[in-house]
Design a protein around this ligand. Sequence first.
Ligand code: ADP
Ligand code: MG
Length: 474
Amino acid sequence: MATDWGSLLQNEKQLEELVRQAVDRALAEGVLLRTSQEPSSSDVVSYAPFTLFPSLVPSALLEQAYAVQMDFNLLVDAVSQNTSFLEETLASTIKKDQFTAHLFDIHKQVLKEGIAQTVFLGLNRSDYMFQHNADGSPTLKQIEINTISASFGGLTSRTPAVHRHVLSVLNKNKEATRILSNNPSKGLALGIAKAWELYGSANALVLLIAQEKERNIFDQRAIENDLLARNIHVIRRRFEDVSEKGYLDSKCRLFMDGQEISVVYFRDGYMPSQYSEQNWKARLLLERSCAVKCPDIATQLAGTKKVQQELSREGVLERLLPGQPEAVARLRATFAGLYSLDMGEEGDRAIAKALTAPGRFVLKPQREGGGNNLYGEEMVQVLEQLKDSEERASYILMEKIEPKPFSNYLLRPGSPAQVVQCISELGIFGVYVRDGQRYVMNKHVGHLLRTKAIEHADGGVAAGVAVLDNPYPV
Ligand code: ADP
Ligand code: MG
């Protein structure tokens, strides 16, 4: 096959030279992470891990993933506005999951007080794997949707140049031109800019909530840079800074260091460890403000695994998107098997199935950021422990997607390049802006392909497992 890139290499020496060129090009293009060296600063950087070659992705599935993205945007937004659906869906989960419960409390509180803003901005990323069917064909199956802090839209725009370089070195110039250009962060910035404009105060700033020790800062900077080019200024602050120096005036306008904030963009606040008592207070303050929140707390809740599982239940999509049967069909086609573990017969049956065939399922808690899911023997142990307690409702069960493995080289600072068996996960970035009941924007803005060795069941790029890649459409 013309696209078995590895077969183009004559020997080890040629591989080493190609890797050196790829790494230098990645550094030159700005495919960068800060190193984990303390104190965290941009003084010491290295390249973000990436594959030596672009990985083959069926064009039809790439197109399908793009085509369903606007539907997912509308679905997430519909869930976020449907208080009774969120309440019913999360009722059993919040009894046993404190983090989700805390988010939900804030949601209830701002609803009670009245939501201070009519503009809503969603920046999300829907992730998929390619299920390898018995007849050899692949099917697009959603892994999850990220409604907060969806990352790598910046770095991924710089990797096509690296893979084109690699293919050009191998005299595959025609193939090099087939690597798609891609710039998600530009689209994400466009959404923020639209929300900023609708807020309607020329001097107001965008507040990016970030951690102090942020290795992935250049990915975030890509969005900041794009906004600055539109003359929209961004300040980066931690939750702690907000609690010390942020305040609301009598009209609920948010001020930070005395400057008015139009849009709050969260690149923090999606895991329990990111919240101290003080940080929860800061989150509540931000939620109460009339700044546009990306995401607002209801949209963050719409991205939970429990909501994902409930969406797959018969009739739910139809109820949330009435009069849109085509959208419903496109969405449903991407759903894998998802099972509630709530107390009762349905949950009992799901647990029994997982215990009988553990290799076919994944157990997921309400967590983001990678490395939290349970597989195989570990899953069995936890299910045995939980099966008679209400705690099981804080998890969901999902069918395990089994893509067909392929070989590629994973390049990481400090490790020799080695060919490994891999699988990929495709993400599509979506942006929407709603003003009252009117959609001002609803689009897809690019993709992300991440590839990992098959021996790792879980984990993304930030977790040190997956690496950046590009789809080579076939
Ligand atoms: P997180 O919010 O932590 O990113 P995910 O649902 O995306 O949680 O799961 C993390 C990783 O686990 C995914 O990137 C993927 O590699 C793997 N994974 C998750 N769900 C499945 C599944 N149903 N089948 C196979 N692998 C899965
Ligand atoms: Mg994920």
